[in-house]
Design a protein around this ligand. Structure first.
Ligand SMILES: NC(=O)c1ccc[n+]([C@@H]2O[C@H](COP(=O)([O-])OP(=O)(O)OC[C@H]3O[C@@H](n4cnc5c(N)ncnc54)[C@H](OP(=O)(O)O)[C@@H]3O)[C@@H](O)[C@H]2O)c1
Length: 306
């Protein structure tokens, strides 16, 4: 069900982080929805953000996610019905200033349907965090934010996406390299699915969720991914594309043990995702998959990265 703002007739959607990996992918679809009158898009940005891709017809509001930004942030979130944050990892904790602003602004007006915070990750288990201690840099930050929102009574939604397809096929985040026809597998990955999300599918899904399930988003953890191939399905797709089987490299237990001790967050995430794929431990939760997707096949996606 869609709820509309009484002043404009459209759902007021605020986007933070429009220049980033995730935010820049959401932006064009939200702009299209704005032009179509489906939503009223507001861009919330910090002073100095690049606004060159934002049309002059779109309202822009400044945010300042620190202890001096209280009044600015309160004005920025005023009247917003859906707030989407895609801020970078180093700024995750500072979203607490947004919660304060939403709490203060919304305690007067009850307009907010939900705050989609900057998650866009996976559901980590306590076992994974124990085995890969550097995950503690990231996972508790996101969890603490959700707990704080609940304490304040601010509606909040987690959207989890597995791994972006570009990270998997092009950035070789899990060791697989589509271009050089190589796949890296850990434990049961040959038979287990890896959750991959294209930015097109993510933006389509976010728009559908906020416009079709506006009133029902609070408190949900929604897993959004459009492809979940097993290692074997990836081998088959790469074989079909290259005309020869990919080199299959085993990611050994010794490498896993070594990489689990990493002191870098990115490496911890990559090691953790290898574990998830190898153990098929994507966790419980609501899967939002395949809704109205007429997108690319797995082979078409891979071909984009050759
Ligand atoms: N699952 C996956 O494969 C995957 C991949 C990538 C990211 N993620 C997750 O997605 C989320 C977004 O990551 P991303 O890679 O899109 O981030 P990013 O590309 O680093 O984007 C950063 C955005 O955050 C904004 N920002 C940074 N610090 C800010 C601050 N203090 N106040 C306000 N805005 C600030 C930047 O604004 P300016 O324009 O002002 O610089 C920029 O628009 C994170 O939670 C990350 O963990 C998941």
């Amino acid at each position: 069900m869609t709820t509309t703002s009484s002043s404009t007739g459209s759902l007021k959607v605020g986007l933070i982080g429009h220049t980033g990996n995730i935010g820049s992918a959401l932006l064009p679809r939200l702009l299209d929805a704005h032009r179509a009158g489906q939503i009223e898009l507001l861009i919330l940005h910090r002073e100095g953000s690049d606004l060159s891709k934002i049309p002059s017809t779109i309202e822009k509001r400044i945010i300042q996610l620190d202890e001096h930004g209280r009044e600015i942030n309160r004005a920025a979130v005023d009247g917003v019905e859906i707030l989407i944050s895609t801020v970078a990892d180093p700024a995750l904790a500072s979203q607490t200033y947004l919660l304060d602003a939403l709490h203060e602004a919304d305690s007067h007006k009850k307009t907010l349907k939900t705050f989609i915070h900057s998650d866009f990750g996976v559901s980590w288990t306590p076992e994974e965090i124990r085995r890969i201690p550097k995950l503690k840099d990231l996972v508790p930050v996101k969890a603490n934010l959700v707990n704080r929102a609940k304490d304040l009574g601010v509606p909040i939604t987690d959207i989890r996406i597995g791994l972006l397809d570009s990270f998997f096929f092009s950035l070789k985040f899990l060791g697989t390299d589509a271009k050089s026809n190589k796949i890296e597998l850990f434990r049961g990955a040959l038979h287990n699915p890896i959750r991959l999300t294209t930015l097109d599918y993510l933006s389509r899904s976010v728009l559908r969720l906020i416009t079709e399930e506006t009133e029902a988003l609070d408190g949900r953890t929604i897993h959004v991914f459009d492809k979940s191939p097993t290692g074997q399905e990836l081998v088959d797709a790469l074989t079909a594309i290259h005309g020869s089987e990919p080199a299959i490299v085993e990611y050994t237990e010794a490498r896993f043990d070594q990489n689990s001790k990493t002191t870098e967050t990115i490496s911890a995430i990559s090691t953790g995702l290898k574990f998830k794929w190898g153990e098929n431990s994507w966790g419980e939760g609501e899967v939002y998959s395949g809704h109205g997707h007429d997108g690319e096949s797995l082979e078409e996606i891979i071909k984009r990265y050759l």
